[in-house]
Design a protein. Sequence first.
Length: 141
Amino acid sequence: MVKQRAAITISPVFKIRVSRTRSGLDVRATLSYQQDCRLKPISPQRAAGRKAPPSEHAANLMVRLLKEGALIGLGAICLYLMLAMMTYDANDPGWSRTGNNTFVTNAGGPFGAWIADVFFSLFGYLAYLFPVMIAYRAWRA
């Protein structure tokens, strides 16, 4: 006996009806949804309660490791940007200013001073949202 599972598909249907009347054209648009229920057979391995094949397990492991790596990498970028923006000093040499002093006070170093200057010059205080958006994207990935 082959076990089956139910699959429900809901798809939108957009219809446009144009008709000619005495006063001109009559255009009507409708949006409806069609529901399709079908039974799909389950593979014999799953029906017997067996584990997934090793190749599928390895693929899932690789995807999980890549997501964790992206979380760690984007989290580090987010923290570096926040650190560079929090320790921004207008006297540091950067994108919009060369500065008289050669000593950089930004905790992110010369690159941190430069990138903070770019963000603050282009976006102002909204630049603080960029690390937050990167953190959100890292968490959702």
